[in-house]
Design a protein around this ligand. Structure first.
Ligand code: UD1
Length: 448
């Protein structure tokens, strides 16, 4: 059956209690920010733990909503998930009772689709909902489904669900992706670890989170290796064992705090951050004149010499790693609103990911939306506090950055989007001198 677009494509459930951030801007941030574990690595590792019946232990897992959704989804399958202390999760998938990933999980988080590969490879069948995820343009999963078919799976699509079966073991093969896909690469790689024979994936995505996942899989006994920058090869094993792993630092959170220091004219030490994972983002920051020094396990950002209003305009374009990450496009745009002159932005990965610029414009930024993929930003803008609405995770964090740089108070609706991916964000900002609070929307807010 054709992989039709399902009726629930853009369904993102609203939380029972909506929260808002209230931010009083104009305060330079100073101090130290601990960088959390990477969301986009942790979620895949939690899914990969279902490749074995033995216990897996993860440390440095970020305490975020997406991790909660993934662990709840695992529990609903019958997987034992222990959470002995903050940031530590133990997974034991000896008795998986239900090979079914419902719409409820898929609609909340696209990464729930990462369970397709491991469950199919280990149990030979799964019924999994088509994900909705972030409202950032069309987010198909056709590449994942095609990769599983290439490995020998049979997959039908009915009423919003993929019904996948693998008669016998999956078969190792060559998987050629027509475009580079992060989760497509990861799903194929997880499935291939238990397939019969050798698999080659190319072009394989090059994101550092995939290499962290490879290290974890190797600890599980998987025969997986990146043999060229764009090639991953897997020698399938009959079974994998339990393993322990510390999740790598979150490069998107790191980039967000680099911009926070820059646009407030402050100085931050980002503890535990890895500069080597920032790729093209770091080049943009340096071209713009942001003072960034990378150490072995920390990054220093100093915006006290060249600060807001003085940055150099840039022409930026998002790209797969090592290019400028699309997840760091929104923070980059906030920075460019503080450059002296006209910058251009090309969002090359997703449609609709520039839509949030409408909210930044409401705060006083001078922005031309040229089409779905291109915008021009002319600075320096004197941002001012107002009332804005968050549409997705990364745009949400960036509206906080704009509010911190703005004059006056900003009320930011839709805070739940930010909790999907940022651990304790308001605490981290408060600790470095920001004036920010999170309150229930029901409470009377001092609207600016
Ligand atoms: C991952 C990240 C996300 C990041 C994105 C790009 C996670 C949980 N999410 O998402 O934060 O923004 O990489 O760096 O790791 N595509 C298809 N068919 C598919 C899959 C993708 O056409 O089956 C297209 C997408 O629409 C997009 C492009 O491929 O245009 C790249 O998307 P992809 O790399 O797959 O993003 P995700 O893995 O979903």
């Amino acid at each position: 059956m054709a992989d039709a677009r399902p009726f629930h494509w853009e369904y993102v459930p609203e939380p029972v209690t909506r929260e808002i951030f209230r931010v009083e801007g104009g305060q330079p941030l100073h101090g130290t920010v601990p960088i959390s574990g990477a969301k986009n690595a942790a979620l895949k590792m939690l899914a990969a733990a279902t490749l074995t019946g033995e216990r897996c232990r993860f440390t440095n897992v970020p305490e975020i909503e997406d991790v909660r959704v993934m662990t709840e989804t695992l529990r609903d399958l019958g997987v034992v998930v222990d959470h002995p202390e903050p940031n530590v999760y133990e997974i034991a998938s000896g008795d998986v009772e239900w090979l079914f990933v419902p719409l409820e999980a898929a609609a909340k988080m696209r990464a729930s689709f990462m369970l397709l590969g491991p469950l199919l490879a280990r149990f030979g069948r799964v019924i999994i909902s088509n994900p909705g995820g972030d409202r950032i343009g069309r987010r198909p999963v056709d590449l994942h489904v095609q990769a599983m078919r290439t490995l020998g799976a049979q997959i039908d699509y009915r009423n919003g669900y993929y019904f996948a079966t693998a008669p016998g073991r999956l078969r190792g093969t060559e998987i050629r992706f027509p475009v580079v896909s992060v989760m497509g690469t990861e799903n194929a790689m997880l499935a291939a670890t238990l397939a019969d024979g050798h698999t080659i994936i190319r072009p394989a995505a090059r994101e550092p989170e995939i290499d962290d996942l490879i290290v974890f899989l190797q600890k599980m006994g998987a025969g997986v290796e990146r043999t060229y920058p764009d090639t991953i090869e897997i020698e399938g094993r009959k079974r994998l064992r339990g393993a322990e792993h510390r999740v790598m630092p979150d490069r998107i959170e790191t980039g967000t705090f680099i911009v926070a220091a820059a646009v407030t004219g402050g100085r931050l030490t980002l503890e535990g951050a890895a500069g080597e994972h920032l790729g093209g983002f770091l080049d943009v920051m340096r071209d713009a004149g942001v003072g960034v020094e990378c150490g072995s396990d920390r990054i220093e950002v100093d915006s006290t010499a060249v600060g807001p209003g003085q940055f150099t305009p840039c022409a930026v374009e998002t790209a797969p790693y090592p290019g400028l990450a699309t997840d760091l496009q929104p923070p980059t745009c906030v920075l460019l609103s503080q450059a002296a002159g006209r910058s251009t932005v090309h969002e090359a990965i997703f449609e609709d990911r520039l839509e949030w610029l409408g909210e930044l414009r409401r705060m006083g930024a001078e922005i031309e939306l040229l089409d779905d993929h291109h915008a021009a930003i002319t600075g320096p803008a004197r941002l001012r506090g107002t009332e804005v609405e968050i549409g997705d995770l990364r745009a949400g964090a960036s509206l906080i950055l704009a509010a911190l740089a703005a004059h006056g108070a900003t009320t930011i609706h839709g805070a739940h989007h930010v909790h999907r991916g940022y651990e304790d964000i308001e605490r981290k900002f408060l600790d470095v001198g920001a004036r920010i609070e999170r309150v229930d929307e029901a409470e009377p807010a001092d609207r600016p």
